[in-house]
Design a protein around this ligand. Structure first.
Ligand code: NAD
Length: 350
């Protein structure tokens, strides 16, 4: 029978709850305790989740029953909490963004190596169904050579009214959602990323970016646009992929609302369309007999893969599904994007 590992969560807010909820379904990792600096959060952990609540973080680190510390606090304290846990002989799952910058992350990786303990970052959106579908389309070459991908998440609430509004706590949309979308991009495109151009928006907050647009150009010339917006009352599609022979789209969060439209052969005669002040052939839609509409491919749902991988790595039977080198590459990309936004020019990356 496989070994079952015990975890304890530091920071019992939104994501702390989510880990606890998910771990209830895991047959490899058991959540046994929690600690938060806010008393009311500890009460929820004890009363609603039936977890042991520690007096302080040190008390948690001293508990010999705990194999894994899950760090789910605001971003500015990740580094110190992770390093303390590793030095106390614990394995660590840390929330994204793993740190405030690459210097902190390099130190965390070095400490994990020195202590011989696992550091795994929760880049959970590598298993999102919409991402896996688009990755599958890209890899299948069904659209012919892909030359442009646009990936967006759009909301209309501004930045949530918590620590995310303050740069000193690691707030802002680059670190909140940008980290997920840029991570997905680097997982999908196995090429060198040559140039990065970024703009940041400050519509609802003067100090923290409430929206980002990052345009990345890869070695082959492929352009990949990542956009996070929080003042978008009409959201644009979440995925839009353009190949020589077709286009794929996913409009919302799930995989339900999307399709592929592909050319079936020569264009044939183009019938002009009438627009506001004239006719156009160039922008006329393709005739129905020259295209086909296809459903999106299906992919495995991958529930519970993350925790299972952590347990397998601790057993010594698997490699980390999320390597720390891949997380460091994303961190450096975000730094390049911030630099580009500051200079208002494209910067070299790799
Ligand atoms: P939150 O504000 O809801 O919860 C954070 C909690 O940490 C609060 O209860 C706070 O009191 C506590 N805290 C702060 N400093 C602490 C300390 N030194 N010791 C113990 N507790 C401390 O925030 P959240 O939305 O849960 O985000 C937490 C982390 O999870 C962030 O890094 C965020 O980016 C990440 N997150 C990841 C995902 C994902 O899908 N992977 C989703 C949401 C949030």
């Amino acid at each position: 029978m496989s070994k079952i590992y015990n975890a304890a969560i530091v920071g019992f807010g939104g994501q702390g709850h989510w880990h606890s909820f998910l771990l209830n379904k895991s047959d490899r990792i058991n959540c046994i305790g929690a600690y938060d600096i806010r008393a009311e959060r500890n009460e929820v952990a004890a009363n609603e989740y039936n977890l042991h609540v520690y007096n302080d973080y040190e008390d948690m680190l001293n508990d010999e029953k705990v194999d894994i510390i899950i760090v789910a606090t605001p971003n500015d304290v990740h580094h110190d909490l992770v390093v303390d846990a590793l030095k106390a002989g614990k394995n660590v799952i840390c929330e994204k963004p793993v740190a405030m910058n690459s210097i902190e992350l390099e130190d965390m990786i070095k400490t994990a190596k020195e202590c011989g303990k696992l550091l795994m970052v929760n880049q959970n959106r590598r298993w999102d169904e919409d991402f896996l579908i688009m990755k599958e389309i890209y890899q299948s070459a069904d659209l012919g050579p892909v030359h442009r991908i646009e990936r967006r998440v759009h909301g209309a609430h501004g930045i949530p009214g918590d620590w995310r509004q303050y740069p000193e706590y690691g707030g802002g949309m680059m670190l909140d959602w940008g980290v997920h979308l840029l991570d997905q991009m680097l997982q999908m495109i196995p090429e060198k990323l040559k140039k990065v151009y970024c703009t940041l928006s400050y519509v609802t907050n003067e100090r923290c970016d409430d929206g980002i647009t990052v345009i990345s150009t890869f070695e082959s010339g492929l352009v990949y646009v990542v956009e996070v917006g929080t003042s978008n009352f009409i959201p644009l599609p979440s995925w839009y992929m353009l190949g020589r022979d077709g286009t794929a789209i996913i409009r919302g969060w799930g995989a339900q609302d999307g399709e592929i439209v592909k050319s079936t052969g020569p264009d044939g005669e183009v019938v002009p369309v009438l627009t506001a002040n004239g006719i156009t052939k160039t922008m006329a839609p393709r005739r129905d007999d020259t295209i086909e509409h296809k459903p999106l491919p299906t992919v495995d749902k991958c529930y519970g893969v993350f925790y299972k991988n952590v347990a397998d790595v601790l057993d010594g039977t698997a490699e980390q599904a999320i390597s720390n080198e891949s997380v460091l590459r994303v961190m450096r990309l975000m730094e390049a994007a911030f630099k580009s936004a500051k200079l208002n020019e494209a910067v070299d990356f790799e």
